[in-house]
Structures are given as C-alpha cells and as structure tokens.
Design a binder for this molecule. Structure first.
Ligand code: FMN
Length: 264
C-alpha cells in the first residue's frame, strides 16, 4: 500500500466528518473521488496562494478526501487540432491521459472538430490590454487560453496535414503564444507535450511546430521512447500501431513524473 511521502500529497482522512462538505473544484475530481474506495487514494496537488482549504466527503464511505490550504489536484488539458472528432489523434491523447489519470492527475480534452479557429490578426492589442485574452472574440481560443492558464500541463495534439499541424492548431499556437508573451510569459514552467497522428510522412515537422510553442513559452517538455507519433489513416487505425500506443503510454508516465517533481 502506498504511503504518503511528501506533504504535497492529499490523503484520505478516515475520520468521519461532520459538516465538512466542501466540494473539489470540478465535477470530474468529484466523480473520481466518489469512485475511490481504496484508501489511501492520493491526488497529486498543486498549491495556489489564497485558495481556501476544502474537504470532500465520499457518499460511498465514511472517508474524507482532504485538501489543505491552497491545494488543488493537478490538471493536464489537451487540444486536438483535428477536423475529425475522436479520430486517431484523440485516441493517442487518451493513451497519455490514461497514464496521467492513474497518477490522480485530472485531464480534459478539447477537440477543435467543427469549430472555426481563425488565426492571429497581428493587431498586437494583447500587448496593450495585457488581460490574458486575445482581442479576437467569438471563437474558442480565449477559452483555450484560460484552460492553459489554469492547467499544470498542456498537450497540443494534431494530425499531420501536408507535413505540418492543422491550420486550427497553428491558429491556437500563434494566438495563445502571443497572448502569453504579452502577459509576462504566463505559461512559463508548465509542462508541455506534443502528440501527432500521421499516415506516412511529415509528422516530425508537425511535432517540431508544436514543440516550438512550448520552448519559446519557457515550458518544460518530457520525452518518451520515440517521438510522440502514431500511424494510421482512417479513424481508429492508429490502434494497430502498438509502438505508437506504447510511446504515448510512456509519455503519460513521464509527464506525470515530471509534473509531480515540479510541484514537490
Ligand atoms: C488535408 C489532409 C492532409 C494530410 N496530410 C498528410 C501528410 O502530409 N502526411 C501524412 O502522412 N498524412 C497526411 N494526412 C493523413 C492524416 O494525417 C491521418 O489520416 C491522421 O491519422 C488523421 O488523424 P485524425 O483521425 O485525428 O484526424 C492528411 C490528411 C488530411 C485530411
């Protein structure tokens, strides 16, 4: 049985609580807490100054999941730039997520399929406004930026389109990257990883495009046993690429390890 080794790990307190039900910040962590019946379940946490203490009372047992002053579970958000929802790129990302979730890290996948994601208009208003937002409104980019700010780790995932990322992914990179620069490098020291689906060639160029975003944003990149790619043309074909799936699993393990090291 695991034993808590660091003070930055929230543990289940077996004392039966009275009037101590303050829910964790989102539904997913609540659901995970409810499923957890095997104490001590440990969430890696992050600290946010000024955030109050909260505890979670599981309805399925007398256990309480207790977070301390200013602590939250860690989170990784992924953006899938594919025009195809739940295709090969999404399958690869979910392999990474499975490993992160095993370590108690929350995950969220944002898929761009069906969304219009226009590019940067080079107005440089973000440098004047400095409000962590792109001045272009009416699309999902500002929501994506906010999700990146709130997360500890970011995955950019794209299929290979003509040896590069999709235009939607490039639009996110340009706009979020510029807003981050305009706001004191707000992604600095978050963990970033790129994931690419490909039929045959050009994936390294797409991989590089996304890693350029992390590197110039002062983010920290974990590796895997190969570059983070999976092969397939039609939806689901990537599941036959065993090496690609294994690469994603190791990426997830390394990302979780790195996130915990950074937070410890
Ligand atoms: C417009 C377009 C361009 C593509 N360009 C390439 C390419 O340059 N190299 C390649 O190997 N596959 C290319 N593909 C194939 C996709 O990368 C491949 O089918 C991938 O698995 C799709 O991932 P998804 O299911 O997440 O959309 C292209 C597909 C489309 C639709």
């Amino acid at each position: 049985m695991d034993r808590p080794r660091r003070s930055s790990v929230a543990t289940i307190n077996k004392v039966n609580p009275v009037n101590k039900v303050r829910l964790p910040p989102n539904a997913k962590s609540r659901r995970r807490a409810m499923k957890s019946e095997m104490p001590p379940f440990r969430f890696p946490i992050r600290r946010l100054a000024g955030v109050p203490h909260f505890e979670y009372h599981s309805p399925r047992s007398s256990e309480i999941l207790e977070f301390h002053e200013g602590e939250y579970p860690m989170k990784v958000v992924a953006f899938n730039g594919s025009a195809r929802k739940d295709g090969n790129t999404a399958i690869l990302v979910r392999q990474v997520f499975a490993e992160l979730e095993k370590e108690g890290i929350e995950t969220e996948l944002v898929q761009f399929a069906g969304q219009k994601v226009p590019g940067c208009i080079a107005c440089r208003q973000c440098f004047k406004n400095q409000n962590q937002r792109c001045v272009v409104e009416g699309d999902i980019v500002n929501d994506c930026i906010a999700k990146m700010v709130a997360a500890d780790g970011v995955i950019l995932a794209s299929p290979t389109y003509f040896a590069d990322v999709t235009s939607e992914m490039k639009a996110l990179i340009d706009r979020a990257g510029y807003v981050a620069k305009a706001n004191a490098e707000m992604f600095r020291r978050k963990v970033g990883a790129a994931v690419v689906a490909v039929r045959r060639g050009g994936e390294i160029h797409a991989f590089d495009t996304m890693n350029h975003f992390f590197l110039i944003s002062q983010m920290i990149i974990p590796g895997s046993c190969y570059w983070n790619m999976g092969f397939g043309l039609n939806k689901g074909e990537v599941e036959q690429d065993e090496e690609g799936l294994r690469t994603m699993q190791l990426l997830g393990q390394n990302m979780a390890w790195l996130l915990k090291k950074i937070q410890s």
